[in-house]
Every structure is written in structure tokens, then in C-alpha cells.
Write a protein that binds this ligand. Structure first.
Ligand code: RUQ
Ligand code: CUA
Length: 652
């Protein structure tokens, strides 16, 4: 019996792989020789793009920012990984951003950027992104394009269905991809069904600096894959896909593909708030870390939270329901009206569309086919609104254009399929080069999409660009979707793996862009605001250099009296008060990266000199015609030497 099942799935996979190969063997088809396509993506030198696109860096841990339609790379924002380019995670101020309950974790796997929303529309305040590996969520401030907050998610493993926002960014959500023992304990893996649980988390998101897990719902030990919150009429609900409802712990490619249908979990989070207010939340002991970067001190601090409120579905009727959905659904997407919930069964060809209205009616009638751990399972025929007979294979994600159309990515058949919401008819299909994962329309998961462009985010690039050895960058493809037919207008490589992306009209961000930090507002404890205050102080073997930079010198630039075995902290304040004039600082032999200090900011580099001698430091960012002159020397003497501490600028 078991063998038969294995064969069955193997056959399906073989078919899928064959289907995928068709496209990948088609060489350079999809090449453009079309002048009008080029014009559509052309942004003249000196002109601005119409949209900002934020693309996840996947296993780079970062977030990259592109302009659309040009595909110009504007910035890479470091989030979950150390970045020598900006000193992020290397300087003393940002190191705490990587604190977790496991200690310092300077890497993660970032999948889903999600813009903050007001009334269901992207508002340009923040963008959130999940860390999949050591479960975390980050906030990036869109006035500075810097990561300002990271919170860990307890009782989870693989924070994948995250961080999708509710309509007014009340919460970002996090469903655990891997169920784990809750609380963690030492048990046999094959006791999975008895000991492993899932957690659906709601993280308070609307107050910068205050991110915390507002509550968790303890659910059966399935894998919770993706999520989207309701909008409009379904505001107050969130939908999470599940797979592995078989609760297998091994060979999931076979064992988690047995059930004909898995579930979309529908969570009524307004109800959860009522239960919490009524004292139904249980305090579970835990330990998770919250890190916040304060813009006035230019410094991040960490604190540990010791309990989390947990709701148990069997004690909270009406909190959560399961909607049967074929075949290991991956993405779950809610249309702009909030009525339709689309489940993309990645092992099926058709899309399942559920109706929110029908779901409410079924709940009202208590029309259930089953109950699992106190969670009612609704009947498939009661909630289904329709299905899209796509003709494609391996549907993953759906976005909307705001004109009544939906667009679904198909990984296995490498294509985007456009279909009509309500009639479910297929209107158009275009191949992608090659296997597409997510797709993105600016505002495409909000109430008000800007349905002009669609970006396909492709996993496999193969022959699309000049070869770069065994590893090829992943890629994005831009389609013009303003007409009836989608038109491919541009290809560009991306950084890491662009799982998902979001985009927003530039005019929602540009007016709030910060150009520099006012020096008068700098509250860093080691800031130096005028040249008269620069100094070097010794306390035992700790030496603090209070240094400034302004075009084109450091003050001081000659320092003596440093000894082998000292811990030397450069506290560098950049006195510039002008846009785009950072200064860098790098120290020969430091086991560290550079600093890159923005105007008005203070940052700290730690250096532990190892050998006697005289060593140079210099500015790493080309800041003026005399940038090469922006340099200095530090004399290092033997341990125990009596060379006095001395610093100067411009003295012989
Ligand atoms: S994933 S390709 Cu969002 Cu990590 Cu679907
Ligand atoms: Cu300062 Cu180069």
C-alpha cells in the first residue's frame, strides 16, 4: 500500500518536472526585439521611476529596493544579515539588532516584504519582512530606509506565513511553518502527533518600538505556509494555508501529499481580542527578544519578554475555522473587495476560490463536517465560490489589478495566468523565464492595487543573462498589464532570492524622505558635536576615541599612547549637515567592517590592536576631491609601555 502511494506521487512529480523542462529548453524565447516594449520600461537619465519595488533578499537576509519600470537597483537595505557595506551588524550600535533567545544570529532567510497599510491601502510608513529560519519579523522605516526593529516569534519554527498585515497595520501575523513541541522539550521525533503543535501569532505593529506578540493561538501540528488578512467586509479575519495535515515528520514529499484536501485556517482576530479582554488568554512562560533602534541615540537596545498570551481554540468558540482546500495549498490571497479567498493548491491545476459570505453563513448554520482539536471544519461545498480551471500546473500565488482581474503564478508550467474574478474564466497567459514563485502588482494584495505593472519573481534564470559560473542570479520580469494582454517589457537580475516583493507609488514615500540627521538632535551618549570636544580617554585597557569627520579630515588624525591588548572604541560623529555626504572609517587590522556614518549620526567601531607599530585609518566613502587625503595614523606601543595618550590634528 505504502509503496503504491510512493509510486503515485513519484509519477505526478515526474510529469511536473517534464512540464517545467519544456520552458527551460526553449532557449532564448521571450527575447524582446520590440521598440515599444523598451520605451515602456525606459526612464530617462535624471528622471525618477514611478514606483518603488521592495524585493526580499531570500537567503541573503536583506531587502533590495528597485525602481519600476526601469528595474534600477536603488539600495540594498540590510535587515537580518551583517553588511560590511554599511557596517550594519558590525558597529556597536547595530549589533543588538541580531540578539535572539539563541544569542547573536547575524543571518536569516527573508521571504515576504509587506508594506504597512491604512484602510487597506499601502501608506508608505514602514515595510515589514519575515526571518524564516530563527523566527523573526523586522520593521524598516521608510523615511530612512533603515531597519529599526526586529522581534523574535516564540513557539515557532520556520516563520514563513508572515508578516502579512491587517487593514490598518494593527497586527502583522506569523504562522509557524514547522510545528514544534510547545513549550520546547526533549521528545522522540516520532511522538510528533502527541507532542508537536502549531502557533499562529499576532504581533502588535502600529507603534514603532512597541512590537510584541499580542497573542498566539495554539493549533494542531500542521505546517502553516502562507497568510493574508481580510479587508473590507472580511476585515477582522486572517486566512492561513496549511499543508501536512497528515502530521507527518518524515519524507514529507510523499507523506504530506496523502490527503486530498488540506485546510485554510480562518481566524477571527477581533474575536481573539474579545477573548483576551475577557481574560481567556493563558500566560505561557517563554523567552523572546525584541530589538529596537532608536533614531535619536542612533543605537539599538534589546529586551527579553518572558511570557506570551495563548488562546486555546477549544476554549474559545468562534475563534478559528478550517476551510477544506485541495491539494497542499501554498499561497492564500484575498481579492480587493475582501469577498474571495483564493487557495493555490500547489499539487493541483485548478484554483479554489472560497466565498467569505458563504463562510459566514456556514458558520451561522453550524454546518460542520468535522472538528479537530476544537476547531470546526466547514464543508467544502458550503464555502466554495468557484474554481479556476487554469490549464496550468503548480499554482502558487495570486495578485489583483483592481480592475476585476486576478493573476496567478504557476511554478511548474512557468507562467502567469490572468483570470476574471467572479466568472473564473481564463483571459490570458504568458510564459515566464523561468520557474516563477511569487508575482507582484504594486498594491496587488491591498484594497487599491495600481494595476499597471506586474513583476514575475523567478527562481531559475539559466540562460537569460551572461553566464556567471555555476551560480546565476535569480530574476525579475516586468510585464505591462494595462491592456487586455500582458506584455513582457523587461528582465533584470535580483539579489539573493526574491521570494516576494511589494511596490508602492513613489509619491507616497518621497515627501517623507529624510536627507540627514540634525546634529542638534543627536543624543548618542558618545557623540561629539564640535571639534573642541574631540578627545581620547583611557579607563584601564578601554580607550575611547571621541572623533569627528567633516570634509576632508578626521579630528583627531594622529593618536599615540594606544597599547597592544587595548580595546579601542572609535566613536565617530559625522558633522556634515547635507544630503548624501556620509564618511566611512576603516582601521587597518581591525577584525571588523568599516563604519559608514550618515550626516549627523554617531557610530562606533571596536578595534583590538595586536602588534606594536603605526597603523593608518582612512575614509572609505568618496566624499570630496580631497577624500584620498582623509586619513590618519595611530601609534601602538607595547603592553605596559609608558608612551602618553596624545591626540592632535594639524600639529607637527
Ligand atoms: S514562498 S514561491 Cu512566499 Cu517563501 Cu511562495
Ligand atoms: Cu570622507 Cu571620504
Amino acid at each position: 500500500m505504502k509503496k503504491l502511494k510512493i509510486m503515485g506521487v513519484g509519477l505526478i512529480l515526474a510529469l511536473f518536472v517534464a512540464a517545467g523542462c519544456n520552458n527551460q529548453n526553449s532557449g532564448n524565447s521571450g527575447a524582446l526585439s520590440n521598440k515599444s516594449a523598451a520605451e515602456k520600461a525606459y526612464v530617462a537619465p535624471g528622471e525618477y521611476d514611478e514606483f518603488y519595488a521592495f524585493m526580499s533578499g531570500g537567503f541573503s537576509g536583506q531587502l533590495s529596493v528597485y525602481g519600476l519600470p526601469s528595474g534600477r537597483l536603488l539600495k540594498v537595505i540590510p535587515v537580518f544579515a551583517q553588511d560590511g557595506e554599511k557596517g550594519y551588524g558590525y558597529n556597536e550600535e547595530t549589533k543588538p539588532m541580531f540578539n535572539t533567545s539563541f544569542g547573536f544570529v547575524p543571518w536569516d532567510d527573508a521571504h515576504h516584504p509587506e508594506l504597512s497599510q491604512t484602510n487597506g491601502e499601502t501608506d508608505g510608513r514602514w515595510i515589514f519582512i519575515n526571518g524564516n529560519n530563527t523566527p523573526r519579523i523586522a520593521r524598516i522605516d521608510l523615511t530612512t530606509f533603515e531597519t529599526t526593529e526586529i522581534v523574535e516569534i516564540p513557539n515557532s519554527g520556520g516563520n514563513h506565513s508572515s508578516p502579512f498585515v491587517t487593514e490598518n497595520s494593527e497586527y502583522v501575523v506569523a504562522g509557524t511553518r514547522f510545528s514544534v513541541p510547545v513549550p520546547q522539550k526533549d521528545v522522540a521525533i516520532n511522538s510528533y502527533k502527541d507532542n508537536f503543535k502549531g502557533a499562529l501569532s499576532y504581533i502588535k505593529a502600529d507603534e514603532p518600538g512597541e512590537m510584541k506578540v499580542a497573542f498566539q493561538i495554539l493549533v494542531p501540528g500542521f505546517d502553516y505556509d502562507l497568510a493574508h488578512s481580510g479587508k473590507g467586509k472580511s476585515h477582522g479575519w486572517t486566512f492561513f494555508t496549511t499543508y501536512n495535515t497528515e502530521e507527518s515528520h518524515t519524507l514529507l514529499e510523499v507523506n504530506a501529499s496523502q490527503n486530498d484536501k488540506d485546510f485554510i485556517a480562518a481566524v477571527n482576530w477581533k474575536k481573539a481580542e474579545e477573548y483576551l479582554a475577557a481574560g481567556k488568554g493563558k500566560d505561557f512562560p517563554t523567552s523572546y527578544v525584541h530589538n529596537y533602534y532608536d533614531e535619536s541615540t542612533h543605537t539599538a537596545t534589546s529586551n527579553t519578554v518572558e511570557t506570551v498570551k495563548v488562546l486555546i481554540p477549544s476554549e474559545c468558540p468562534g475563534l478559528i475555522y478550517y476551510l477544506p482546500t485541495p491539494k497542499s495549498p501554498h499561497g492564500v490571497d484575498v481579492d480587493p473587495t475582501g469577498e474571495y479567498i483564493i487557495g493555490n493548491g500547489k499539487l493541483s491545476a485548478d484554483l479554489t476560490v472560497h466565498s467569505f459570505t458563504k463562510m459566514l453563513a456556514a458558520i451561522e448554520n453550524e454546518s460542520y463536517e468535522d472538528e479537530i482539536d476544537g476547531i470546526p471544519v466547514l464543508k467544502f461545498e458550503d464555502v466554495i465560490a468557484g474554481s479556476v480551471q487554469s490549464g496550468g500546473l503548480g499554482p502558487l500565488h495570486t495578485e489583483f489589478d483592481g480592475k476585476g482581474n486576478a493573476y496567478t503564478s504557476f511554478f511548474i508550467s512557468s507562467e502567469v495566468v490572468k483570470w476574471k474574478v467572479g466568472t473564473w474564466e481564463v483571459l490570458d497567459r504568458q510564459p515566464t523565464y523561468y520557474s516563477i514563485g511569487h508575482l507582484m502588482i504594486p498594491g496587488g494584495d491591498s484594497k487599491a492595487p495600481s494595476g499597471k505593472y506586474l513583476v514575475a519573481l523567478n527562481k531559475i534564470t539559466k540562460d537569460r543573462y551572461l553566464p556567471t559560473g555555476p551560480e546565476m542570479n535569480h530574476s525579475a520580469q516586468l510585464f505591462d498589464i494595462s491592456g487586455d494582454k500582458m506584455e513582457l517589457i523587461l528582465d533584470f537580475p535580483t539579489i539573493g532570492e526574491p521570494h516576494y516583493a511589494q511596490a508602492i507609488p513613489a509619491d507616497r514615500i518621497v515627501p517623507n524622505n529624510k536627507k540627514f540627521y540634525p546634529i542638534s538632535e543627536n543624543e548618542h551618549p558618545h557623540a561629539v558635536k564640535k571639534d573642541a570636544d574631540v578627545r581620547v580617554e583611557r579607563d584601564g585597557n578601554v580607550v575611547r576615541i571621541y572623533m569627528t569627520s567633516i570634509r576632508s579630515h578626521f579630528s583627531p588624525d594622529n593618536i599615540e599612547g594606544i597599547k597592544v591588548g587595548d580595546k579601542v572604541y572609535f566613536h565617530l560623529t559625522n558633522l556634515e549637515q547635507d544630503w548624501d555626504v556620509p564618511h566611512g572609517l576603516s582601521m587597518m587590522g581591525a577584525n571588523n567592517a568599516e563604519l559608514l556614518v550618515m550626516p549627523g549620526q554617531t557610530e562606533t567601531l571596536l578595534w583590538e590592536p595586536k602588534f606594536e607599530g603605526v597603523y593608518p585609518f582612512y575614509c572609505t566613502d568618496f566624499c570630496s576631491a580631497l577624500h584620498q587625503e582623509m586619513q590618519g595614523y595611530i601609534r601602538v606601543s607595547a603592553k605596559g609601555s609608558n608612551v602618553p595618550l596624545k591626540w592632535s590634528l594639524g600639529e607637527d
